[in-house]
Design a binder for this molecule. Sequence first.
Ligand code: HAM
Length: 417
Amino acid sequence: MINIPKGCKDMLPADGATWRTVEETAREVAEEYNFKEIRTPTFEHTELFARGVGDTTDVVTKEMYTFLDKGGRSITLRPEGTAGVARAFIENGLQGGVMPFKVFYLISAFRYERPQAGRLREFHQFGAELYGSDSPAADAEAILFANRFLEKLQIGDSVELRINSIGCKHCRAKYADALREYFRPHIGEMCEDCRARFEKNPLRMLDCKNEGCKRYTAHAPSMLDYLCDDCRTHFEKLKSLLTAAEVSFTVDPRIVRGLDYYTRTVFEFTTDLIGAQSTVLGGGRYDALIEQLGGRSTPAVGFAAGIERLILAMDAKEVPIIERLPDVYVAGMDEASRTRAMIVAEQLRRRGYIVECDLMDRSVKAQFKYADKLYASKVIVIGENELKEGAVEIKDMSKSLSRRVKFDEIAQYFPKR
Ligand code: HAM
């Protein structure tokens, strides 16, 4: 027996309706906000993530699935979707098109993390990216889109939106100095990662999960006290737009996010429905990424939600999921009527119905039992008599009513859907 790799999960048919609900809702909401779908490869050159996501992040330093392909190229399974979309935007010359450029994606992503509930090595994301606008209205649209998505999944009242601003490269440099000054007396007692982050990117230290380090990070200076005038105005405008749209939020200066490309706005939706891995959706602005990847300077903002975490939250809330059940089971008695049953089933499927017929050589009684198990709402019975008379017996399973209908009137009885 060969087992599934650690940190992966099979999506079994019993979960299909829930996954479909999430994915269809994602598409519906993307349409409302007029975001178009984009698909990029599952793997990219390692360099894209090292440069894009940032080489001081845990994602890049510890969690990437990286290998050499047979041509000796360093390839990485995408740990997230933003870098690939940015590469595609630049490479396909989409910068020359109409702005804003708005796309969404449904992808699987890969991170070599310690698996636990809501944390997998292969997981799935619904993400959206908006390029070309540096207005806080774009940040607001990304957040409203995310908020509407969670609302439509019926978990909107169980999530909390937290926002922060981590400034631009100018004010962040001053903040980094302030952090270094604050951490300097304690650096000897902090973890090895933090000692490396201290020089390269002290903001990362705020995200350290090490209990010993948390003692110091808890009282670190707040970025909000270091924002430059432009960044402060941007953040104030965003807050007023969210307030105008009646989206409730809290400002949480502790949010730094686990990826290096962010500038200014960062945000997370968290829930207490699903345990420790409580962030169901995260995102923010990243005005420097496109240029950093070799494109023309283009402001950008986006988010991604973890589908497995959304589903854990929906399960915890017992969100009702609508599963379409078979409309019709077509039973046949002997060989000739079974052939006819197959043809009737085909006819009804083409009219938009979910239809099953016998594939197991079951007796008529056993076929009825099976139809019952499927919760099929109608059963059509075809036997020798029916073939002779050119008619079928249609039984309504919920009302135990039955009706005889001529073969050429079946279509009328089942109007096209
Ligand atoms: P992220 O916060 O790394 O952001 O991931 C987004 C979401 O993916 C998380 O909030 C979480 O729900 C889910 N997620 C992350 N890692 C795992 C895991 N190991 N297992 C299960 N779920 C996970 C990004 O990926 C950014 N690309 C989002 C973004 C788009 N920012 C701007 N545009």
